[in-house]
Design a protein around this ligand. Sequence first.
Ligand code: FES
Length: 346
Amino acid sequence: MPGLRTVAVVAGTALLARRALRRRIRTSPLWPMPALQEPVSGRPRSRALRLLVTSRETIAEGVVQLRLEGHDLPRWEPGAHLDLVLPSGLVRQYSLCGDPEDTSSYTVATRLVPGGRGGSREVHEQVRQGMEVEVRGPRNRFPLVAAGAYVFVAGGIGITPVLPMLRALPPGAEWRLLYGGRSRASMPFLEEVEKLGPERVTVVAEDEAGLPDLDALFAGVPEDAAVYCCGPQGLMAAVEERVPGVRLERFAPGARAAGNGAFEVELRRSGRTLTVPAGSSVLAAVRAELPDTLYSCEQGFCGTCRQRVLQGEVDHRDELLTDGERGDSMLICVSRARSERLVLDM
Ligand code: FES
């Protein structure tokens, strides 16, 4: 066991390191970083910021929480997420789970997904305390609306956008939460969530109790209730089946690009014509033919997959391009066709 002197030295060293990190934030020539590109017209773009990782902590099995510090950071509302640019250039979205009033730091948590697309592995293996990372946002497509009552369903890491909502609910609000996960040890923020409303929170750990009973959860839910769900695809599909108007937060690739029937895409320079099925994206179809096609976030945020459109009417589903840019280009990871055929300059 360490002696008192050792403990004091370690604590002192940690304090000095933390002060040094804060000094680096104030003096970094990269801070504040200018906007990457000024908007041409239409919707404004969020600034890219370089923030310092001042803490990296394992908060549940396979879940790492990062605290990213900066200065006078853009404010956010519960449900918002941040785009994190990883060291390799991949862009991934993580829900903000800290305090929206704190303009000196953002907090995000990420679960390691073995066999995933590589983003979570990069966060877990390469993002370290003391590093600078680039972020964009925050953005919110999962906002907390005014409602007579609330039902939240969160699966595992899906609790991250829900947690700030629970903290923000007015006293006396009627709400309930179903929080599921593989095991209690793998569920982040479990203790805090349970304390927020022991009588309103149902925790279902699969290794103890199996799958959650969604029918029981939704029995007797008032018609004016707002229903929110974030978690694995299977859970979100099951909730949507029962509550078609549920508000979903999806981070899975291609989820926003699916739907609305199949269409054709001609790649004019390559001389190929592809069919994009209803359940898949233009990017997936193009990459099957041209595997070197660049992409990153697969969510319509980063712009890496942008392609010039020569013919056809685009169903734009991104959150990046300005109206002017939409005149002749599209982000093929999320956007689809309104016409039967698109012709791309690739
Ligand atoms: Fe990021 Fe398409 S890959 S916008």
